[in-house]
Ligand binder design. Structure first.
Ligand code: NDP
Length: 263
């Protein structure tokens, strides 16, 4: 019997239990994936051990704390400094980041892309910037305030705040800010965004299940867009794959999870 969980604060809204429980059921695994709210980040690992979990996902605001507490961090998580997947490997807790690869998987349908503009400089922006750079896509970061740009400067990204920004031509524009999540705000001055969209081919909003003002603005332009649903789906597929030691084909995991979004 496998026991898995999502750690976060809040976690009540998380769709992860439905995705992972559907996959376990469809693939014939006896197990259960639960929600567990963690208020105090320092208790992440002790809670993981106390619940005797086989694996867990970590969501806002604990991804950096998870990175600090793992026995070992592997893959892309090392460069991002954030962990969203914990796997119990013979008593050792190994940390991974599947947000980054989940995002990259979700933009493969766009075809080859040479450069991208990321709006926002939080945890999600870090994961996306690192995976795009890893795949030879030139990345520019644009954030409202300068204070969050240090990580990107240190890692050699072109970056600026709203005041110092000089617009250029970007094939793909990605909104990683929370503007539009619970309000109708644009992540950037509307006129500037319109100008950037006139030269872009693709737009992506990591917010899912909503056509945000950012995405709605693409209607006036010849732009192919996506919301964050596939990123969420693929990060879950890749996490499930890690929980079960690559035992299943990725497309069969995907097939078992995708219908959850259509319910
Ligand atoms: P963070 O809190 O780490 O970062 C938020 C960023 O948004 C900051 O750069 C902040 O700028 C900027 N921002 C916030 N409000 C505004 C605004 N009104 N206008 C312009 N910029 C703004 O958040 P995360 O990176 O953790 O998450 C960001 C989004 O990604 C959330 O909406 C979350 O739901 C989504 N997400 C989706 C996933 C998926 O699988 N689809 C996975 C993970 C996250 P400043 O520094 O100036 O404050």
């Amino acid at each position: 019997m496998s026991l898995l969980a999502i750690f976060g604060n809040p976690v009540s809204h998380s769709i992860s239990p439905r995705l992972h429980n559907a996959a376990m059921q469809s693939l014939g695994i006896k197990g259960c994936y639960i929600r567990h709210q963690i208020i105090e980040p320092t208790t992440l690992l002790s809670t993981f051990k106390k619940l005797q979990l086989n694996g867990a996902n970590v969501t806002v605001p604990h991804k950096e704390a998870a990175f600090e507490q793992c026995d070992e961090v592997r893959g892309m998580a090392k460069k991002i400094g954030a962990v969203n997947t914990l796997v119990n490997e013979n008593g050792k807790i190994i940390g991974y980041n599947t947000d980054a690869s989940g995002f990259y998987e979700s933009i493969k349908s766009f075809g080859s892309i040479k450069n991208a503009l990321i709006l926002g400089a939080g945890g999600t922006a870090k994961a996306i910037a690192v995976i795009l750079k890893e795949n030879n896509i030139k990345v520019t970061i644009l954030n409202r305030s300068a204070s969050r740009l240090d990580f990107f400067k240190e890692n050699g990204f072109t970056c600026s705040d709203w005041e110092s920004f000089t617009p250029s031509k970007y094939e793909l524009i990605i909104n990683t800010t929370s503007a539009g999540l619970k309000d109708e705000q644009y992540p950037l001055d509307k006129e500037l965004l319109e100008k950037l969209f006139t030269q872009a081919n693709f737009a992506y909003d990591v917010i899912y299940n909503k056509k945000t003002p950012f995405l709605a603005l693409t209607d006036n332009h010849k732009i192919t867009y996506k919301d964050g649903k596939d990123m969420l789906l693929y990060q879950a597929v890749l996490a499930f794959n890690l929980f079960f030691n690559n035992r299943f084909k990725l497309d069969s995991i995907e097939k078992s999870m995708r219908p959850i979004f259509e319910l």
